[in-house]
Design a protein around this ligand. Structure first.
Ligand SMILES: C[S@@+](CC[C@H](N)C(=O)[O-])C[C@H]1O[C@@H](n2cnc3c(N)ncnc32)[C@H](O)[C@@H]1O
Length: 235
């Protein structure tokens, strides 16, 4: 199935379109995975299943996804995967990543590519990365979504400053970040490098304010401008 056919097949509610990755981001993931040889893939956070469908279209192989909240999304990710004909290759685990990932580590599972797009709080992303690291094969890749968020930025900054066994890849995406595991973690127990960063501090605050509950003429004007610059329908 082509990615164009995926877009024609899947359903993502207009009012919740920002939950899914953008089609252009999913296309990036698809094209990146197509360059790898039969990669084994894991994803944290199912949402509407857009990224999952593109991943499965790219690899033609099994894909494991976990998410405890499919009911909140009318089980639409599962419907989308089925509608695209990828159901047979899907291993969906309806549970929190903090339950599933340690169990996979215990079972000795390993993956070439892990997409982190689940809980977007700092501690949630950090814990997902912690286990993703143990689940990655040598030279495997971990991809973070929503890098506009302070929480994601800080986890990325931790990896960049403390995990020299990871290499940040140059990619043409401004809301995702890709790292490759290129070596062994040789830190001793005393190792720590500060990773505080100011990046995205204003952008994050602005977006939180825009999507927050407060109302008023200033906000209406900002929303009007935002709609002009990047209309919601174009996601
Ligand atoms: C932004 S959405 C993922 C969108 C998806 N990549 C797509 O393209 O449709 C985030 C998802 O993570 C899930 N989630 C939140 N906390 C989680 C956790 N602790 N473990 C696993 N999934 C979680 C949510 O239920 C939600 O479905």
């Amino acid at each position: 199935m082509t990615t164009k056919q995926i877009e024609e097949t899947i359903t993502i509610p207009f009012e919740d379109a920002t939950t899914a990755v953008r089609a252009s981001e999913a296309q990036f993931i698809h094209d990146f995975l197509q360059q790898l040889e039969a990669p084994s893939t894991l994803e944290i956070g199912f949402g509407y299943g857009r990224s999952a469908c593109y991943i499965m279209a790219a690899t033609g192989g099994k894909h494991t996804v976990m998410d405890p909240f499919q009911d909140h999304y009318n089980r639409q990710a599962l419907r989308n995967v089925e509608a695209c004909g990828f159901g047979e290759n899907l291993n969906f685990i309806e549970d929190f990543s903090h339950h599933v990932l340690p169990e996979m580590v215990k079972q000795g599972k390993k993956f070439d590519f892990i997409f982190i797009d689940g809980d977007h709080k700092f501690d949630g992303i950090f814990v997902d990365f912690y286990y993703a690291d143990m689940l990655l094969k040598p030279n495997g890749f971990v991809l973070f979504h929503d890098t506009w968020m302070r929480s994601t930025q800080l986890v990325m900054s931790f990896v960049e400053k403390n995990r020299l066994d990871y290499r940040k890849m140059m990619i043409n995406q401004n809301n995702m970040s890709l790292f490759q595991k290129v070596g062994e973690d040789t830190r001793n127990g005393m190792h720590f490098r500060e990773f505080f960063t100011l990046r995205r501090i204003f952008k994050h605050a602005l977006i939180q304010w825009i999507w927050g509950p407060s109302k008023g003429p200033v906000k209406s004007f900002v929303l009007f401008l935002k709609e002009k610059i990047r209309p919601t329908a174009k996601r």
